[in-house]
Design a protein around this ligand. Structure first.
Ligand code: IPE
Ligand code: IPE
Ligand code: MG
Length: 240
């Protein structure tokens, strides 16, 4: 299976283009989101097959709350339904399921299901599947800074130590604590922007922009992305 020399540890995807996929077919935008779930399933399977250890998916941004209420409701209902349906698959295939983002903005019912899925899969080690829900990069950095400031205010005796914080230690205040930075960030649908995704964590990620719309991004596209990654030369500012 593994024709790849250099498999990224963490692949992250900005799943974009569901609305356009539906419009091209004369369907409601929701139909694109529903079809997109099949791509999530396909890419998760491919990640397991290729030995990728972390797959993270940008599913809903803080900015996406500004979409029409009907679409927001449809997306949240789809998240709920998909999590309910996939839990047994996560358990069977050793997938640890994690949701990161501004959880307070999600409903109680969805939060309870997320907690349940996270607890039940916490011991799995084959693949960690991270869903970024109500997430934005600036929000993440800001919540980290607030947590950090609160620690100084509550423990003034520790202020000196806290003020000598380094990048690695600051990274532990981000919601991605414990998850390695993404080696590759893929964005589908031809858009070439980060849309407030992992701003801090993407400092040295390889970017791959694909014209394929997310509902059409399946195993073959995932494989091509891994192949492209294996040809990249990561220098980290040094001379090789
Ligand atoms: C991505 O597809 C899904 C979410 C952002 C929730 P879009 O809904 O953004 O689809 P386009 O970009 O309008 O085609
Ligand atoms: C980015 O897609 C967010 C997610 C994929 C969840 P958007 O479709 O919301 O981003 P913009 O509006 O094109 O920047
Ligand atoms: Mg979009």
């Amino acid at each position: 299976m593994n024709e790849l020399e250099n498999v990224p540890v963490h692949v992250s995807i900005i799943m974009d283009g569901n609305g356009r996929w539906a419009r091209e077919r004369g369907l409601e935008r929701a139909a694109g989101h529903i079809e997109g779930v099949e791509s999530v399933r396909a890419c998760t399977e491919a990640a397991v097959e290729y030995g990728v250890r972390y797959l993270s998916l940008y599913a809903f941004s803080e900015e996406n709350w500004g979409r029409p209420q009907e679409e927001v409701n449809a997306l949240m209902a789809l998240m709920f339904k998909s999590m309910m349906a996939e839990l047994s698959n996560f358990l069977e295939n050793g997938i640890r399921f994690v949701v990161l983002g501004h959880r307070e903005r999600l409903g109680d019912e969805l939060n309870a299901l997320i907690d349940d899925c996270m607890e039940k899969t916490a011991g799995n080690t084959t693949l960690t599947l991270v869903i970024f829900l109500s997430y934005s990069g600036k929000w993440d950095i800001l919540q980290a800074a607030k947590k950090y400031a609160r620690e100084i205010l509550e423990h003034p005796e520790k202020a000196d130590g806290l003020l000598s914080i380094d990048e690695e230690a600051f990274g532990r205040y981000l919601v991605t604590d414990g998850i390695p930075d993404p080696d590759m960030i893929i964005r589908t649908s031809g858009e070439m922007r980060l849309s407030n995704y992992l701003l801090w964590q993407s400092a040295y990620s390889e970017f791959l922009f694909s014209d394929v719309l997310w509902p059409d991004f399946r195993k073959e596209e995932f494989r091509s992305a891994l192949l492209a990654y294996s040809k990249r030369d990561r220098r980290y500012g040094k001379v090789k």
